[in-house]
Design a protein around this ligand. Structure first.
Ligand code: ADP
Length: 775
């Protein structure tokens, strides 16, 4: 690290050394630098070597076009981002301007550079701001997110977008485009280029907090289960610690022996855990999870007849998002809502995997505190703290820790009164919608005017944020006032000492605490922050080392309580990191399979037509498997197989076949297959048309099987975690079953290919197109 810090200082000096030379160039000469750099890159000059000149040129362009010359600290951040690391820059330090440097440099190879932000609005806003600079330098910038989410781009438009030098988009959009592209049937419909360079905004949130949430393309609905309400009815009668055990910190919940006995009585079954009741068992587990691990106004909201999830990262509503694997439906049952349709997962990818596909991944964030090691281990990225342009003078006070929630709330309100007298604006932050509403009510009861900013008041967000920095303003908010919210101080409020941040509970990790504090003291402003915490808070209930029953039994010093609370936060960070490791391990198996399947599809779409010998060997192995599975013996069995797989008519020489001779049957069936294929070739009388037909059959067979497999793998994740096995074996079990399922899937693909090739009917349409009736 020390070494690279010195190296980076030298690099900054070299960027600076080109400053006056770049200043002296005319606009045309400056633009011509892009052509020169491109040529040099083409002739093998490494980007690392080009960096000083390229950054100096782009810096000059930023100055000329948007009037902002990136500071040295920003150049340092830009170097870090180019090196595939994460630059930790405080809010207001100018991340968007900084991003132009590594994007420019990495676009010089012609392989494209992307910036991803957390939402489409930000992507569009930043793209519009910096488009003129990139265009000035002769590069093409494209915006990857459509203006109206429902109106996605056409394949042609996407091709044009992804061919641009610079693409501003969101993680979601790129993920979905990647998945969608791998569902197409011809090479003309493909639009992505190999992933080259990506710069991730809010990198810690994307790579850690959101990493496990898979992006899922949903397909056909699953057969609807009516077990959800029943399972919930049963679970509602159970008591924690008696019929079930719930481990707050891991979220694991399972029935005790008494619980199983109760289940057997309730459902009138012999043994709830026998494989025959797999579905019942699964629904009971889901209902238990729904009742223990999820709370209204913390994890979700019931809005009208709908269940809407709340993001634990941004505090915002996740409209349209659903929990996978039946959990969503289980919570709907708990809330007495109509059970929504459970769709199959057709294709899925996690952010983790998506971004690991890029050759280089850089990032920027406000804070990565406490997660540096995990980021290094998981992604190989270092976090480099960038010094602020103006020193931060905000006072971060030590936490105030007390025994009970009641004591805590009293202290918070006392402090609020004290600050109120000074006229400094106050931002009071809470960990959930529920608690924000409670504090808001306290203030109303005392006749204190304030704004309430949570997922339900998002529409007025801009206006509230605008007011939040004024003299005397009080804003009660959830985490929604965390990342990215820029509270600008009014001049008189600055004079009084700036924003006072009152945290009413410690949050699940230090990064989120830091985000909250970061709302104050921007760009050298004065301000202060202080957190209150109690041993009855959610965080301590979940991760604390003292049992709730005994919290009030003993007086503890403030210092002891602070230490216990810090330890609980640490345990929370560890637990989240453990869960992420598990999901990454799960993902490795999934990713390997996905790569293989997408490679198979690509071969078919872009490779040479499949040779007849390959076809024949596929048929031979499918037929051998069928023989092994049920054996021939009786003519009836062979006949059945023919009708189901090869032909609707028995061939004339069937009567001569000795069905007790396996070898002979196999040869007979393979010959039938070859004839059936030849017939299709003859009917179509056109080699390219035939190979198009054959490709369609291959793709269809692969897709149908893969969709099943993805869905299975998604479910398998929860199934293995519910099993009563040691934590380290969970991943092993998953990998083992995923592997077997994949082997099965490959066989199924081949079976489908044989059947569909033989039994599908094809005609040439009048317009020359193919009309296929799949068997
Ligand atoms: P962040 O995303 O890091 O919170 P922004 O990108 O919103 O910060 O930048 C904060 C403000 O500072 C913006 O108005 C931006 O234009 C301005 N700014 C950033 N860097 C510079 C610079 N080098 N010179 C002048 N203004 C700058």
């Amino acid at each position: 690290m020390a070494n690279s810090a010195a190296k980076n200082r030298r690099l900054i000096a070299r960027v600076n050394s080109y400053e006056s030379a770049m200043r002296a160039l005319s606009d045309e000469e400056l633009r011509d630098k892009t052509r020169e750099f491109r040529e040099r890159a083409e002739h093998g000059e490494q980007l690392d070597r080009l960096l000083p000149e390229a950054y100096a040129a782009m810096r000059e362009a930023d100055l000329r076009v948007v009037g902002k010359f990136p500071y040295e600290n920003q150049v340092l951040a830009a170097i870090v981002m180019h090196q595939g690391n994460i630059a930790a820059m405080k809010t207001g330090e100018g991340k968007s301007l900084t991003a132009t440097l590594p994007l420019y440099l990495n676009a010089l190879t012609g392989r494209g550079a992307m910036l991803v932000t957390v939402n489409g609005y930000l992507a569009r806003r930043d793209a519009e701001e910096f488009r003129p600079v990139f265009e000035f330098m002769g590069l093409r910038l494209a915006i990857g997110v459509p203006e109206v989410a429902a109106h996605d781009f056409t394949a042609q438009e996407k091709k044009d977008i992804y061919a641009a030098d610079i693409v501003y988009s969101t993680s979601d959009k790129i993920g979905f485009d990647y998945l969608l592209e791998n569902l197409v049937g011809t090479s003309e419909e493909k639009y992505l280029r190999p992933f080259n360079y990506v710069l991730i905004d809010e990198a810690d949130a994307v790579l850690l907090d959101l990493a496990q949430m898979p992006l899922v393309i949903s397909g056909s609905p699953r057969v609807q289960s009516n077990l959800y309400p029943l399972a919930d009815e049963f679970v509602a009668t159970l008591r924690d610690g008696i019929e079930y055990e719930y481990d707050e910190s891991s979220g694991a919940v399972k029935l005790t022996d008494e619980g199983i006995a109760a289940g057997n009585r309730f459902f009138h079954v012999q043994n709830l855990y026998s494989p025959a009741f797999f579905q019942l068992n699964r629904h009971v587990n889901l209902a238990l999870k729904a009742r223990t691990g999820f709370q209204p106004m913390r994890d979700y909201m019931v809005m009208g007849d709908n269940l809407v999830l709340l993001s634990s990262v941004t505090g915002r509503l996740l409209e349209g998002n659903k929990l996978q694997g039946g959990l969503h439906q289980a919570i709907e049952a708990r809330e007495g809502l109509e059970i929504s349709v459970e769709n199959r997962a057709m294709a899925s990818v996690t952010y983790q995997n998506l971004f690991l596909m890029f050759d280089t991944m850089g990032g920027m964030t406000g804070t990565a505190k406490g997660s540096e090691k995990e980021l290094l281990k998981t992604y190989g990225t270092e976090v480099v703290e960038i010094p602020t342009y103006r020193p931060v003078i905000r006072r971060d006070e030590p936490d105030i820790a007390v025994q009970t929630i009641a004591e805590k709330e009293q202290l918070v309100l006392d402090y609020l009164d004290e600050v109120r007298k000074t006229g400094r604006p106050i931002l009071l932050t809470t960990g959930s919608v529920k608690s924000s509403v409670r504090f808001s009510q306290y203030l109303l009861d005392r006749g204190i005017e304030h704004n309430l900013l949570n997922a339900l008041s998002e529409a007025n967000e801009a206006a509230m944020v605008l007011e939040a920095g004024r003299k005397g303003a009080i804003t009660v908010a959830t985490l929604i006032a965390g990342r990215g919210t820029d509270i600008k101080l009014a001049a008189d409020a600055k004079e009084l000492g700036g924003l006072v941040i009152i945290g009413t509970e410690k949050l699940p990790n230090r990064r989120v605490d830091g985000q909250v504090r970061g709302r104050g003291g921007r760009q050298g402003d004065p301000g202060s922050s202080r957190f209150y915490a109690s041993m009855e808070d959610d965080l301590f209930v979940k991760f604390g080392s003292v049992k709730q029953e005994s919290v009030q039994k003993r007086r503890r010093s403030a210092r002891t309580m602070r230490r216990l609370l810090d330890r609980a936060q640490f345990a929370s960070e560890e637990s989240a990191s453990g869960a992420r490791k598990l999901s990454k391990d799960f993902d490795i198996a999934m990713a390997r399979q996905r790569d293989l399947v997408y490679e198979m599809r690509n071969q078919i779409i872009t490779g040479d037509p499949i040779a007849p010998e390959v076809l024949q060997s596929i048929a031979a192995s499918v037929i051998a498997d069928a023989a092994a599975a049920h054996g021939w013996g009786q003519p009836g069995a062979v006949m059945r197989y023919i009708f189901d797989n090869l032909s609707y008519h028995l061939p004339a020489d069937f009567t001569a076949l000795d069905t007790s001779n396996g070898q002979q049957v196999a040869e007979f069936l393979v010959a039938m297959f070859t004839r059936a294929v030849q017939e299709k070739v003859d009917t179509l009388a056109d080699a390219t048309v035939y190979s198009r037909f054959q490709n369609i059959i291959f793709l269809k067979s692969i897709d149908v099987a893969w969709i099943e497999q993805v869905d299975f793998l998604e479910q398998l994740k929860t199934v293995v975690q519910d099993r009563n096995v040691a934590q380290h074996k969970v991943e092993y079990e998953y990998r083992k079953e995923a592997f077997f399922a994949f082997e099965e899937m490959k066989k199924r693909i081949n079976r489908d290919i044989v059947r569909l090739l033989c039994l599908s009917r094809i005609e040439r349409g009048r317009d020359g197109g193919l009309i296929i009736q799949f068997a």
